[in-house]
Design a protein around this ligand. Sequence first.
Ligand code: SF4
Length: 395
Amino acid sequence: MDASLNNRTTAGIVARANALFEDLSFTTAREWKKADPSRKVVGYMPIYVPREIIHAAGMLPLGILGGGDQLEVIHGDAYYQSYICRIPRSTIELAVSGRLDFVDGMLFPSICDVIRNLSGMWKLMFPNVYTRYFDVPQNFRDEIGGSYYVSELEHLRHDLGEMRGKPITDEELRHSIALYNENRRLVRELYTFRAERPWQAPAPEVYLMMRAGLVLPVEEHTVMLRDYLAAARAEDRPRRDNCRVVLTGAFCEQPPLSLIKSLELSGCYVVDDDLLLVTRWLTGDVPTEGDPLRNLSDAFLHHSESTAAKYEPDLKEKGQHLVRAVKRTGAEGVIFAAPSFCDPALLDRPMLLRVLDGAGIPYIAFKYAENSSQMQPIREQAGTFADSIKLWSGT
Ligand code: SF4
C-alpha cells in the first residue's frame, strides 16, 4: 500500500479494505491463526450465521463468498451442472486449490438447495473439517421456531466447544454479543450516513468496508468502521447529479465490484442494499442480560432483515421492507440485481415487482454473475433509469 496513505483518510482505509478483498489466499486470517497454535478458523457462506458463537469459542468467523471475478474456475465446474449460479463452483475451486486449507470448520446456512448440496459435498471431500448445514427456523413463533432455533444454536455451541476442548460459557457468549452489537451499531451508522450523504460514502467504498468485516476479527473491523466514518465525515467530496436507488437481490453471490462502481458512474447513488447481510442481519442490539442463546433466537425471529431467503408468513408484509427502505432513505427507485440462476432471488422478484408497482416506485431489473465483465449494458440500463427518474420527478 502507498505509504502516504494511512488509516485517517478514506483513501488509506479503503486501500486496506481493497487489499483484503483481493486476497483470495486469506493471508490476514492465516496470520491470525498462526499467531497462536490453539486458534481455529470457522468459515461460513452467505447469508447469516450467528458469528457470536464462533467468536465466543475464541475462533475467527471467516466469510467465504466464492472467488469473485479474480478466480478462474478450473476444477469447480466439474462438480456442478451448467444451469446454476457460480458461487458454489468458485467456492469448490477455492477449496480444491488449497486456498482454504487452514479453515477448521465450515457452516453452510440454510438458504437454498445449492448451499445445502455444497454442505454435503464438503463433508465428503473434506472429512477432517467440521462441516455443518446450519438450519434456521421458518416459523417465527417463540414456542415453535424459537425452541427449534435455540436447540440449533445449542448444537453449534456444543460442537465448537468440543473443537476447542472446553465448553463455551454464557459469559463468553455475552461478551461476544456485546462486541457484535457495537459492530452492528457502526454498520447501521454508516448506512444511515450514506443514505444522507451518498457522495461522501460511495457505494463501492461502503461495500469494501462491509467485506472487510467478513475476514477481520470483529474488534479490528469495528475500529476500521469508526475510522472510515470519521474520515468520510471530515472529507468534502463533489456531489454528482445522481438519482438515489435501493439495490436488492444481491444477498448471496456477490456482484463484481466493477458493477457497483458502474451503477454510481451511470448516475445512481446506492442508498441502501442487501449485500453482505450478515453484517446487519440483526436489526437491533441483542440483549446482553439473561440467556444468550434465547436472546440470539429472539433477535432472529423478531428483529432481523427481510430477504427472499427468509420465509415471510404474512402475505401483506411481503415486499413491504422494500417500500420502507425506499421511504427511509429517500430513494427514487429500486434496482433488482440478482445472480443468474439464483432461485430465491428470482422467484421472489415477481412478487416484489407487484408490490413496487402498487406503491408507484420505479424499478429496473437485471442479472449478473460474480465474474461478469461486460458492464456496458448495465451502465446503459442504469444510466437510462437515472435519466428517466430525473425526467419523471421534474428535477
Ligand atoms: S446465489 Fe442464489 S441460488 Fe446460488 S447459492 Fe446463493 S442463494 Fe443459492
